[in-house]
Write a protein that binds this ligand. Structure first.
Ligand code: M6R
Length: 620
């Protein structure tokens, strides 16, 4: 996590840095800071809290200059405090840097540096890098190297990197080397924006919007030296690289809340459009199948695939579970859904005919990236279902499907989930149609898929009903979320939404599984959210609901419009339109997102910036 920005050119660096950090705040919002170089000095300002707080500090204690680096933090090592905020200073101020990542061997390095006399001011792992570079710089100077030369600094950086274990994206400036920013990447993303007489540095392309659409993505083990009108990139193994400048057409970021109070609510209401965008151009009516431009795999090769592994984290993992049900039902290919954090170390047997799909909104989740790389290393075709264009996972995958959901800024994922489910329906249809699924079955699926934007639009009409339910249940401290088949992942997702933004304990379970343990939790104080739309096993879920009622557990039902029977049994009902089983999670997740949103709001929680979380989890 953590967001990095940098600027070198003729503009006011603090202005760009502040704006860039605001756009990167989704990566962490524990604290923020900038360092700006001017006339041989580096001015540092850093502050606990959101970038807004840093803005206030800069207004009262400005720094001026046109070279600078900035950082927005998600704390890993060391508490949330002004002093632990980045930038960090090495030696006696000759090196200043910002870091995204984790240094695993920092404790040992710290001890060694302390023994050499380096004084640590913070409890972070990042400060170790700053002192280490300062130490190697000093050594180079002792050897007679010029302290003001770029080469000396590069050498000090290179020697330091050799000692680091872990991940890093670094922006570094040196007090005595004017007008130069060094950027290094291993495991944490960095993109360089190329302007006219200026360069930008950022963790992703969003801060570049409005400044440039020419970018260079740094790869692992690459170091960039940036000056206003010059850029050099070298690889750790030695040798200069020719920067590969790409033009991206998606450097736009919509920070406008419009009529909404929060990004989360805005994004929930964007779902009819985001689903529509995901579907656009991907339906092949003539062949009753789906079509994808970027899978980069021949149909005859896909036909040979006999096992699929879907790997992801959090909400994307829940979408993966929906994908498992879909692909097994439509294409009859066995699917496993693996937590990426487990898959990366678990080393399960994967045959030559196994295909791996990473599912991710951001395309930067460290565990998902590592799991995908591990599978690629073993020679498996690795594809991605991803939202952020140009993200690391999107670039490293052999092919994939973009969600086209637009920027998701709220930390709680909403529209990405429904778009992931939509993409997975199309994928299952595509794989199914090259196997057992008939033309007519394909046509039926397509007809229903095409209705989804309208179905979700209609579902959003439950908003007022959800608000009332939220009002009634806001005071409860434990919730169960129960659903079966396609609504089991929806139950997990509903529970995750409530946990992450309202800090209420919530568990998702397959509805019938609760009698094997969790039912012991049921009493008047533990509401159960039952996802019970009409469908293939409606009567079975109804029995489960009765079991809860018999134990006096309050029940909130998510049920189909026109289901009057449910109203007699459940304490509260939120109605959604009726769709086929396989499309239900797209519809039923919407009231669950709204319920979490309104309960969190009523409890006074920061919906878009929940505590302890960040939008992109770029550490393992
Ligand atoms: O960007 P990704 O989809 O890879 O992110 C995975 C999870 O970190 C993410 O879904 C997280 O669980 C969300 N905060 C859930 O709302």
């Amino acid at each position: 996590m953590c967001g990095i920005v940098g600027y070198i050119g003729t503009r006011s660096a603090p202005e760009f840095l502040l704006e860039g950090l605001t756009r990167l705040e989704y990566r962490g919002y524990d604290s923020a800071g900038v360092a700006v170089q001017h006339n041989g000095e580096i001015g540092i300002r850093k502050k606990v809290g959101r970038v807004e707080e840093l803005g206030k500090l800069l207004a009262s204690k400005p720094v001026r200059g046109s070279v600078g680096i900035g950082h927005t933090r998600w704390a890993t090592h060391g508490g949330i405090s002004d002093v632990n905020s980045h930038p960090h200073v090495g030696g006696n101020g000759e090196v200043v840097l910002v870091h995204n990542g984790v240094i695993e061997n920092y404790a040992k390095l710290k001890e060694q540096l302390q023994a050499l006399g380096y004084v640590f001011r913070t409890a972070t792992d990042s400060e170790v890098i700053a002192h280490l570079i300062a130490h190697h710089l000093e050594e180079q100077i002792k050897l007679g190297e010029d302290p003001e030369s770029q080469e000396t600094c590069l050498k000090a950086i290179e020697l330091s990197l050799k000692k680091l274990k872990g991940t890093y994206g670094l922006g570094i400036i040196f007090r005595d080397v004017a007008d130069t920013i060094f950027a290094v990447r291993l495991g944490s993303p960095l993109v360089i924006g190329v302007g006219k007489g200026e360069h930008f540095l950022a963790s992703d392309a969003s801060p570049l919007a409005g400044y440039t659409d020419e970018v260079v993505y740094l790869s692992d083990n690459e170091t960039a030296v940036l000056r206003a009108d010059h850029m050099e990139i070298s690889h750790r193994d030695g040798g200069r690289l020719k920067p590969s400048v790409q033009t991206i057409n998606q450097v736009t970021v919509d920070l406008d809340l419009g009529r909404f109070e929060h990004y989360m609510l805005k994004e929930i209401f964007e779902q009819p459009e985001s689903i529509e965008n995901c579907l656009r151009g991907r339906i092949d009516e003539d062949s009753a199948t789906a079509k994808f431009g970027g899978l980069n795999i021949e149909p005859q090769d896909l036909r040979l695939v006999d096992r699929i592994v879907l790997t992801a984290c959090g909400t994307s993992w829940h979408a993966g579970l929906v994908g498992e049900y879909l692909i097994e039902e439509f294409a009859r290919i066995p699917v496993e859904v693996e937590y990426a954090s487990e898959l990366r170390y678990r080393n399960p047997p994967l045959s030559d005919r196994t295909m791996v799909f990473a599912i991710t909104q951001s395309g930067e989740t460290a565990d998902t990236l590592a799991a995908m790389r591990e599978c690629k290393r073993k020679g498996h075709k690795s594809l991605a279902i991803c939202n952020v264009v140009g993200s690391t996972i999107a670039r490293e995958a052999d092919g994939g499907i973009y969600l086209h959901a637009g920027p998701e800024i709220g930390v709680a994922s909403t529209k990405a989930f429904t778009s992931q489910c939509t993409a997975l329906v199309m994928l299952a249809l595509y794989l199914g149609r090259m196997r057992h699924l008939s033309y007519h079955a394909g046509k039926r699926i397509i007809a229903q898929l095409r209705e989804m934007p309208d179905m979700v639009r209609r579902t959003l009409q439950c908003h007022d009903a959800v608000k009332e339910v939220a009002n009634k249940y806001q005071g409860f401290d434990n919730f169960l979320y129960l659903g079966r088949l396609y609504n089991f992942p929806a139950a997990l997702e509903g529970a995750l939404k409530l946990k992450e933004i309202s800090y209420i304990h919530a568990e998702g379970y397959p509805a019938a599984e609760m009698k094997h343990g969790p039912i012991a939790l049921v009493d008047e104080e533990t509401p159960s959210v039952f996802i019970i739309p009409r469908g293939s096993i409606y009567p079975k879920v109804m029995s489960n609901l009765e079991e809860i009622k018999a134990r006096r557990g309050p029940v909130i039902a998510i049920a189909c419009e026109g289901d009057h029977r449910i109203a007699d049994l459940a304490d509260d009902v939120i109605y959604v339109p009726e769709v086929d089983d396989f499309l239900q999670p797209i519809v039923t997740s919407v009231p669950l997102q709204l319920l979490a949103y309104h309960i969190a709001l009523k409890r006074g929680c920061n919906v878009d910036r929940p505590r302890n979380l960040a939008k992109s989890v770029t550490v393992e």
